[in-house]
Design a protein around this ligand. Structure first.
Ligand code: TXA
Ligand code: MG
Length: 347
């Protein structure tokens, strides 16, 4: 299959690109689309054959459920049945954070085919802020199932070229919307109300850290973080949050203490540095073959987040034998970067 990249340069080409993408989706094909987090591989969520093509193109196991994207807060009810007791917290969160990088796990509406949720009674729903994604979704007039547009377990793509290197020959079309503004996948939360006292404060369980931090969410409910350790490789509630993910082809090691580093003779090393500061103890540890810095200078987690997958992909392609990653500050989006580093790290 020949994979085309559709580029948008002005209003006229944008109109053409939107039209082409919508036609492909209507035909039951998959299209890679930009979102503000990472590029997604989209298909009509109500068409099970189209959704099956997502799993095939990504080599994704069928037990790993997809996120569904809706056009607005109102459109949520097309895919989810929000129980009475959760309406208030769902309304609050969607009003504040949609469109944006927050995914809610909610009871699934029976109209959504089982292949989308991998047979689970729940569904992940979000509303993307990317103008091209929003326009395509709106003109299609149907929700879009879209996981990140990478092959299963690999680095998420944050540019059209990165999608090309992941899925060339496997999908017909990539819509180029430029580099993704946030650079990390959405924060995934499950909301609950305490059983005994449904008038009490809601519980917001973070299943995947992302651009919306626990700090931003804690005003609206009691935060519980479901740690990676609790999410085993076959935990039925979050089957896709597998322990190993986001992995470059080059082995990566998250080095929490620089003192633990011992170079092996003849091996080449690349350093994934947080802010490129000598005083952090990593820069002068070894004559690194390659060094890439996430946020040079004082280290800003928002900048590190938006460059993270791009830089990781670059280091992976430079051909070193091992990537050594510095920890980043856990502030704001930093928790999301650390989660990905932990899961990319060789166990
Ligand atoms: O930012 C994002 O969320 C991107 C863009 C494209 O929207 N999408 C994305 O999708 O990251 P994906 O499939 O790469 O990651 C979705 C994660 C998977 O780990 C999946 O297992 C989990 O969400 N998930 C989906 N539905 C779920 C459910 N009902 N219960 C628990 N986890 C679920
Ligand atoms: Mg993914």
């Amino acid at each position: 299959m020949d994979t085309q990249i559709a580029r948008t340069e002005n209003e006229e080409t944008t109109h053409e690109v939107v039209k082409t993408a919508v036609e492909e989706l209507q035909k039951g094909n998959v299209v890679a689309l930009p979102t503000e987090t990472v590029y997604g591989l989209a298909a009509d969520a109500f068409n099970p054959e189209a959704v099956a093509k997502i799993f095939e193109a990504k080599d994704r196991p069928r037990f790993d459920p997809l996120i569904v994207h809706v056009a607005s807060q109102k459109a949520l009810r097309e895919v989810a049945d929000v129980p009475e007791e959760l309406r208030k917290i769902v309304r609050t969160l969607t009003e504040l954070f949609w469109p944006g990088p927050l995914t809610l796990i909610l009871p699934k509406n029976e109209k959504v085919p089982d292949i989308v949720s991998a047979g689970l009674p729940t569904i992940g729903v979000r509303c993307s802020k990317h103008p091209l994604f929003a326009e395509i979704l709106e003109s299609l007039g149907r929700p879009l199932a879209a996981p990140s547009a990478n092959r299963f377990g690999r680095i998420s793509p944050t540019s059209a070229d990165a999608v090309m290197s992941e899925l060339e020959g496997r999908i017909p079309l990539i819509v180029d919307g430029g580099a993704c503004a946030r650079g990390l996948e959405s924060t995934i939360v499950r909301v609950k109300v305490p059983e005994k006292n449904s008038k009490g404060k809601a519980i917001i369980q973070i299943l995947r850290h992302g651009p919306i931090s626990a700090d931003e969410l804690k005003r609206y409910g009691k935060i519980e973080v479901v740690s990676n350790d609790e999410v085993s490789d076959n935990a039925p509630e979050a089957p896709g949050l597998l322990a190993s993910h986001y992995a470059p082809q080059t082995p990566l090691r998250l080095l929490k203490d620089p003192k633990d580093f011992k170079a092996e003779a003849g091996k080449s090393y690349g350093l994934l540095s947080y802010r490129g500061k000598k005083k952090d103890g990593y820069l002068n540890l070894h004559p690194w073959d390659e060094i890439e810095i996430l946020s040079p200078g004082s280290g800003k987690t928002v900048e590190a987040a938006l460059r993270f997958f791009f830089i990781l992909r670059k280091l992976d392609e430079l051909g070193v034998d091992e990537i050594i990653a510095e920890p980043v500050s856990e502030f704001g989006a930093g928790a999301a970067i650390m989660e990905r580093l932990q899961r990319a790290s060789v166990k």
